[in-house]
Design a protein around this ligand. Structure first.
Ligand code: SF4
Length: 309
């Protein structure tokens, strides 16, 4: 099947089955272009909470499909590839996190959305990089807080909120690999370029950035800024929307530490393809399924997040 046929068939199946296609900003360009909705983790969760569709096809990674299913237990939630995981979510196994939480019984548990349903079930409130500061700011200054699993985002939020939350020692393999040396060289080549960085990057990269924010915030900043050139330190999929919205501006991906790999692309996100999207709509498989006792616990911190955002 050629690409035009593939796109036509995806559109036809979507209508026939009353399905909605939601895609994360880190998806390949073709999937972003055919999706009904493209957004970051917060926006995808908000859309999933509101949709009337009978089937949600979540083009992202596994925990995003789980979030949609947790919010829509009676709908079918499909993902193009069940193997699309997340190194950050994997850095926080639920049994080890439970031991950590139990060792600090007076703490409120704040978890980044990049976690499994089982970790969310141990959490008091979920956050995304878009709303983490806003939500942490709503707790009293002396509140005892645990933040997991991303140590870089937690460190950044501690800094901007004046907190000393206990941090889980996890990280995303894509954002951790941006090196300060490469960034300095790139800035020397493009002194007029503003540096945009996601808070999952390490502290030296964030200290050098002109603007730090979630994927959505980086997109908004680039669109609203008068600057014509940007050096972008996050997963390179977002450059597609940045260029679409700002065709007159220049966006340069900050290279990974190891120039022999394309490690500023999330290999998990890139597992999803148009072919797999078509197959999953056609066969209504693979489907996200979650044990109901876990789902019931995991929905509370997600609803709390939506209420506090
Ligand atoms: S970019 Fe990092 S945090 Fe995002 S899905 Fe990929 S591994 Fe997970």
């Amino acid at each position: 099947m050629d690409k035009t046929e593939l796109l036509d068939n995806i559109s036809r199946l979507k209508k026939e089955k009353n399905a909605v296609i939601m895609a994360h900003y880190y998806q390949v360009n073709d999937i972003q272009d055919i999706a009904d909705f493209v957004g970051d983790s917060l926006a995808l969760a908000q859309q999933a909470a509101q949709t009337d569709a009978e089937i949600i096809v979540l083009c992202g990674v596994h925990f995003m499909g789980e979030t949609a299913k947790i919010l829509n237990p009676h709908k079918k939630v499909l993902v193009p590839d069940l193997e699309a995981g997340c190194s950050l979510a994997d850095s926080c196994p639920a049994d080890e996190f439970e031991t950590f939480v139990k060792a600090h019984p007076e703490h409120t548990v704040i978890s980044y959305v990049n976690t499994t349903a089982a970790v969310k079930a141990l959490t008091d409130v979920v956050v995304t990089s878009t709303n983490a500061k806003k939500i942490v700011d709503q707790f009293p200054k002396d509140a005892k807080l645990i933040f997991g699993p991303d140590r870089n985002l937690g460190d950044y939020i501690n800094g901007v909120t004046g907190r000393s939350m206990l941090l889980w020692d996890g990280a995303c393999h894509v954002h951790e690999q941006f090196s300060i040396e490469k960034l300095i060289k790139l800035k020397e080549q493009h002194p007029d370029g503003l540096i945009l960085a996601h808070p999952e990057c390490k502290r030296p990269v964030l200290l050098m950035a002109d603007f730090v924010g979630s994927t959505q915030a980086l997109l908004n900043y680039a669109t609203e800024s008068d600057s014509m050139k940007f050096l972008v330190a996050t997963e390179s999929g977002i450059l597609h929307q940045m260029r679409k919205k700002n065709p007159q501006k220049e966006f340069i991906p900050v290279p990974p530490d190891d120039s022999t790999c394309a490690c500023n692309e999330c290999n998990f996100m890139r597992l999803n393809t148009l072919e797999k999207l078509y197959d999953c709509l056609l066969n209504e498989y693979p489907e996200i399924l979650i044990e109901e006792n876990i789902r019931k616990k995991a929905v509370k911190p997600i609803l709390k997040m939506l209420e506090m955002s």
